[in-house]
Design a binder for this molecule. Structure first.
Ligand code: ADP
Ligand code: ZN
Ligand code: ZN
Length: 738
């Protein structure tokens, strides 16, 4: 019998799987999902076997033999293979890259799919207590290590702790000597299955109970439920209730969260309440940790898998429920390379696996609301805050048109802040811009510091005395003199979080301040330390970017101030109003979560803007309905469907030349005008990181003709002669048109 041809998804930009001859020697049964080592160009790659065939389109003389089959049994379950095929097709992305995304790095590198066993360290009850009571002494590292261990499921390996905390053996020895940490020689066999829940659940309110019952009633079949619950309404309790029921049925739950920073908090809460093993999967994990979590999920040792975007590809032995928390969040969309939407893939996955999916949000995406209106999703509503005494925050606008601002802060806002601090509450200020000031300006000649590689200005970072381009990362020392005229009156225009922090130090001397943005949280453990300071009350003023807006539960925040709400008001993107409304409602949701009544103060130059009028009434549903009506009239998503082809090159003409060629190719494929092509046009920021950028937009009233066009077009793109001069990428269902 003739040896079969192997169809292998090989990591490369090639638009299809590649054919190889079977390697010589004895072979395991050739089933999809095995890893295969293959030659490619002058090197070797590790791909995933998708299929076998009797014949290839390539001449047999051109076929090369694969070098080795790495697995005896498929690494990926059939369900995940199917999801990979679907995603490669839908996003028109090279299958090799898609299937590589499904594997943790260790497996992509060809390592065996075995749990790494090495001595592990586990926090003891005494350690937990010491951490809670802050009796760990003054060593920040000691605290950080204990904090890491306190949210780990069982023990953590030494290598993992090393990678996270740059540890030396002495620190761990000290922790062990004090009885806060214990050493386990084989954590795998030592770790008992966690005992039944330690903390009792609050009695669910009617809305929660109805939601849990509805999710439970959908067990064993696909159903998409939109849990539309105001901030603090107890959505997490609903997830817990639904997951407990899933675990009782012997099934696994997959929970997606938008931000790594939110996982420890959630893991801790889940761990205290669920009697099952929890695996955590996100990009911040060490290699071995990620491999172990992935294998635990796949082999069913983990009962709950919690992770960020890429965890939508977590393999599950016995899927029972998928939850997407904060489903509106833009971070579910991958913004480069394989541009998938984890939220949308969760829907596809739940459908294929025949399990219910819960999409939770206080500010559901217009897409999901439209799906509810169309009858495809079921809406479960939680309309009021759950905790005793917690009420919806009161919103007010501060008109800053004629108010003198002191570093962006108006007198009324400062007065409200002082009153809150005096009353013992915490205050959170939100500004979605890090750094000191977004512009450096010469008062003598009008010079502006502009990035030489982007159509953008440098941001001033005063603490580090740098000018940094936030688009390409280029950095310079902060100049003392204007490079144009030699003048010395250089000023920062505009506001960033760093500048606000300094203003707060001046206005509220002696009050602890936590600034939470990408600059202050870059080092491992620093975000946890800041959040700790907020929770312990050491910090009473919080200033931060959108990192602060998401999901955190800060019970003592009495006032949320939105320093500059106008940023998103007149944005170029048709989604900017939706984004602004979601952001304001989410940030506002950080106020008044426990017994304290919360206030939200929004500084704006446009207090009469209709969006603010509705936000004042706290009426996200009304805003969403209005925006949906506008989208419908303009045939924009979710009532229309888009794909964006981006191209960039160092040559200014090349992107447009490529896209024009694509538009010409597309012309005969447009299907009687069912699909429209717009462009090519320059990208809103035409030059970035030294490259010129342009884009071509495809729009259609229905998905089918759009995807028929893309199916025909995508394989031809790389073969266009103009393609050699550009980098291009296709973005299906783009979330940003830049
Ligand atoms: P969400 O996820 O909707 O923002 P959470 O589940 O975090 O809300 O709940 C907000 C707060 O209300 C938490 O402190 C939680 O402990 C509390 N809470 C939730 N459900 C109840 C309930 N049924 N009774 C009392 N408190 C509750
Ligand atoms: Zn000058
Ligand atoms: Zn730049």
């Amino acid at each position: 019998m003739q040896a079969p041809i192997l169809r292998v998804a090989v990591p490369s930009p090639l638009p299809a799987a590649l054919d190889y001859l079977a390697p010589p020697g004895p072979l395991p049964p050739l089933v999809p999902g095995l890893r295969v080592r293959v030659p490619l160009k002058n090197g070797e790659r590790i791909g995933v076997l998708l299929d076998t065939a009797g014949a290839s389109e390539l001449a047999s003389t051109k076929l090369k033999p694969a070098l080795a089959i790495l697995d005896d049994t498929p690494l990926l379950p059939a369900e995940l293979l199917a999801l990979g095929h679907w995603a490669a097709g839908y996003y028109h992305h090279p299958p090799g890259e898609v299937f590589a995304t499904l594997l943790p790095a260790a497996l992509r590198d060809g390592q065996p799919p075995l749990r790494r066993c090495e001595p592990g360290f586990r926090i003891t009850e005494a350690g937990r207590l010491a951490l809670q009571e802050q009796a760990t002494g003054r060593s920040a590292r000691r605290r950080a290590v204990l904090a890491t261990l306190s949210v780990a499921d069982g023990a953590l390996a030494l290598s993992v702790l090393r990678e996270r905390h740059a540890l030396d053996g002495a620190l761990l020895r000290t922790l062990c000597e004090r009885g806060w940490v214990e050493r386990l020689d084989d954590p795998q066999s030592d770790a008992p299955r966690p005992a039944a829940a330690a903390v009792t659940a609050p009695a669910l309110h009617d809305g929660q109970a109805a939601a849990v019952a509805a999710i439970d009633a959908a067990a064993g079949k696909y159903r998409c439920l939109l849990l539309d619950g105001v901030t603090g309404s107890g959505k997490t309790e609903v997830y817990l209730g639904a997951i407990a029921a899933v675990l009782a049925r012997g099934r696994q739950a997959l929970v997606l969260v938008p931000e790594i920073a939110l996982t420890p908090q959630l893991v801790e809460r889940f761990r205290a309440r669920l009697s099952g093993r929890i695996a955590v999967l996100h990009s911040g994990l060490a290699g071995a940790e990620r491999l172990n979590a992935w294998l635990d999920a796949r082999d069913g040792r983990a009962d709950v898998v919690i992770g960020t975007r890429s965890a939508v590809f977590a393999p599950l032995a016995r899927p029972g429920l998928i939850v997407v928390d904060e489903e509106h969040d833009a971070s579910y969309k991958q913004h480069e390379g394989f541009r998938y939407s984890a939220r949308d893939l969760a829907v596809v996955r739940a459908h294929a696996a025949g399990v219910p999916l819960v999409l939770g949000s206080a500010t559901p995406s217009l897409e999901s609301l439209a799906n509810v209106a169309a009858g495809r999703y079921t809406r479960l509503a939680l309309t009021h805050r759950a905790a005793a005494g917690a009420a919806a925050p009161r919103m007010e606008l501060i008109d800053v048109r004629r108010a003198p601002l002191d570093e962006g802060l108006s007198a009324p806002l400062l007065a409200r802040m002082r009153a809150q601090l005096d009353a013992g509450a915490q205050v959170l200020l939100f500004l979605n811009r890090r750094g000191w000031a977004p512009v450096l300006y010469c008062c003598d000649c009008g010079w502006l510091a502009e990035c030489s590689r982007c159509d953008a200005r440098y941001t001033v970072h005063r603490a580090t005395r740098r000018l940094i381009c936030h688009h390409c990362g280029t950095e310079h020392r902060l100049p003392a003199r204007c490079p144009k005229c030699g003048g010395t009156t250089l000023t920062g225009l505009g506001l960033g979080t760093e500048r606000i922090e300094q203003a707060l130090e001046r206005h509220f001397p002696g009050t602890g301040i936590a600034r939470i943005d990408r600059d202050t949280t870059r080092r491992k453990g620093s975000l946890e330390a800041q959040l700790d300071a907020v929770r312990s009350g050491a910090a009473r003023l919080l200033i931060g970017t959108q990192m602060l807006a998401k999901g955190h539960d800060f019970p003592d925040v009495g006032l949320v101030g939105i320093v500059d709400a106008d940023q998103g008001l007149f944005g170029a993107d048709f989604r900017s109003a939706e984004r602004l409304a979601q952001l304001v409602v989410q940030v506002a949701g950080r106020a008044g979560r426990a017994g304290r009544p919360g206030t939200v103060a929004i500084q704006t130059h446009h207090p009469e803007h209709p969006l603010f009028m509705r936000l004042l009434r706290g009426d996200y549903a009304a805003i969403a309905a209005e925006l949906l009506a506008e989208r419908r009239a303009a045939r924009l998503p979710p009532f229309g469907h888009q794909a964006l082809l981006r191209a960039e090159a160092t040559d200014a003409e090349a992107p447009a030349a490529f896209l024009t060629a694509v538009a010409t190719l597309a012309e005969p494929l447009l299907g009687d005008g069912h699909v429209q092509v717009h462009g090519p046009v320059p990208a809103p920021m035409e030059r970035r990181a030294g490259r010129y950028r342009a884009q071509l937009l495809f729009e259609a009233g229905a998905r089918a003709p759009l995807h028929a066009l893309l199916d025909a077009l995508a394989p031809m793109l790389g073969r266009l002669p103009q393609a050699r001069l550009v980098r291009w990428s296709l973005d299906v269902d783009p979330q940003d048109l830049y």
